[in-house]
Ligand binder design. Structure first.
Ligand code: NIG
Ligand code: FE
Length: 417
């Protein structure tokens, strides 16, 4: 692949070295985004090898296999990390979208046979190859919008066969797609209709059949559950997580989307990597996170699409917490994988500052899926997965000009796409 030298960078964002390049950015520090004005960046093969200020540029002595990019007027930053998605699914769900416009609630749509169970039925009958090729195409689009690493959940299968099919698809994507991918087992996404009155039988299916098979084929990195009123209770969530932990799957959990029922407290006890959604937060939900290493992850484009409350980001940041941002890309509640739009919403709706939102969408979200050694900052030795913006006036213009595509080039592990 050779070397790439990017010069005249107006601002090189999120530059961190040493310990700082792999630690969560918390509280007051979230508004600090270390940057170098008028900078250069050097890439060799798939890695960042050096950077500095233009005035200190060492000069080029060896032009062999060297590509020079003039980034005049542009910002350069690490690619986004999307630490919460449901990118593998059978079909989109526009009918529900229209039902919601007409006034039906999330609950009413689920009761009409829509929602997660609707997605599961379609996925169960879809061939693995089709599921794979469609997800692969989605990942290409995701990558073009500046995401360099992504977490993908199962949870639209809900039978042993279909959950395994989804996870095998994710495993194949890991091998074949240039994006860095983590797989999360979300068998506890919703109770299939036949288990509505008999939760224990479904839980037994998850722990007795799905988990051992997932383990045997090494299909997942994490376990998740939709811990929510009418879905999985705190006790049911705990049961699944504790069994999954025996197979080495750490928890990353859907909590507090509609109600606060104690899921966060449980996840803190179980050392979850992240707790995600957090639209409905009580005082204790925030305070219990303070003395933990759990990454609170908010999903503003889900709030936007469902017209539900936005997570109280200011309150969380002001109590000293770190925050990560992700899309929640899925066909039901967030049919968008655009991290740029998530950053705009985080600023406009969650009242995060542009610097806070970029910290949340890069380094903190890398920590939320444990890829911070390779992603999340401009650091010597990290993957050369970077975004070159179109020429822009300042940092705030990025979230300000919401909906505009401000990405000029994306490099994933040193390769322009
Ligand atoms: O994260 N909240 C649970 N799961 C998804 C939505 C799933 C669906 O409606 O298909 C979410 O928003
Ligand atoms: Fe989700």
């Amino acid at each position: 692949m050779g070397k790439i030298f990017i010069k005249n960078i107006k601002s090189l964002l999120q530059v961190r070295e040493g310990k700082e390049s792999a630690l969560p950015v918390k509280g007051n520090d979230m508004k600090l985004l270390p940057s170098i004005e008028n900078a250069w960046l050097a890439i060799e093969d798939d890695l960042i090898i050096d950077y500095g200020k233009m005035e200190d540029w060492p000069g080029i002595t060896d032009w062999r296999n060297l590509e020079v990019i003039d980034a005049e007027g542009s910002f350069v930053m690490p690619t986004f990390v999307d630490s919460h998605t449901h990118t593998v699914f059978a079909t989109t769900r526009e009918e529900e979208f229209v039902d919601r416009i007409k006034g039906l609630t999330y609950q009413e749509i689920a009761e009409k046979g829509g929602g997660i169970l609707n997605s599961a039925k379609k996925l169960q009958s879809l061939a693995e190859d089709t599921l794979y090729s469609e997800a692969y195409e989605r990942l290409n689009k995701i990558m073009a919008q500046g995401t360099g690493a992504i977490e993908i959940k199962s949870g639209y299968g809900l039978t042993p066969d279909a959950e395994l099919k989804m996870l095998r698809v994710i495993k194949k994507l890991k091998t074949n797609h240039p994006l860095t991918i983590k797989a999360t087992f979300l068998g506890a996404h919703a109770y299939p209709a036949e288990f509505k009155e008999n939760h224990q039988d479904y839980l037994d299916l998850i722990v007795g059949e799905m988990l051992p098979k997932i383990n045997a084929e090494n299909l997942a990195d994490y376990v998740d559950a939709f811990c929510e009123t009418n879905y999985f209770s705190v006790e049911e969530t705990e049961f699944v997580i504790k069994e999954a932990l025996k197979f080495g799957l750490k928890p990353k959990v859907h909590v507090n989307q509609f109600t606060s029922i104690g899921g966060i407290q449980k996840c803190v006890k179980l050392n979850a990597v992240s707790v995600d959604h957090l639209e409905i937060m009580e005082e204790n939900d925030i305070s219990v996170l303070k003395n933990s290493n759990v990454m609170p992850t908010i999903l503003p484009s889900c709030s936007f699409f469902l017209s539900i409350p936005y997570a109280p980001a200011r309150k969380m940041i002001e109590s000293g917490l770190p925050l990560a941002l992700a899309t929640d890309f899925n066909p039901g509640s967030t049919p968008s994988f655009n991290m740029g739009f998530v950053i705009s919403l985080a600023c406009i709706k969650n009242k995060m500052l542009p610097e806070e939102a970029i910290n949340a969408a890069t380094l903190n979200s890398a920590i939320a899926m444990e890829v911070e050694r390779d992603f999340g900052s401009i650091t010597i030795g990290k993957k050369a997965s970077i975004i070159i913006t179109k020429p822009i006036k300042n940092l705030a213009y990025l979230p300000y000009s919401f909906g505009e595509n401000l990405i000029d080039k994306v490099f994933i592990s040193g390769k322009e796409i």
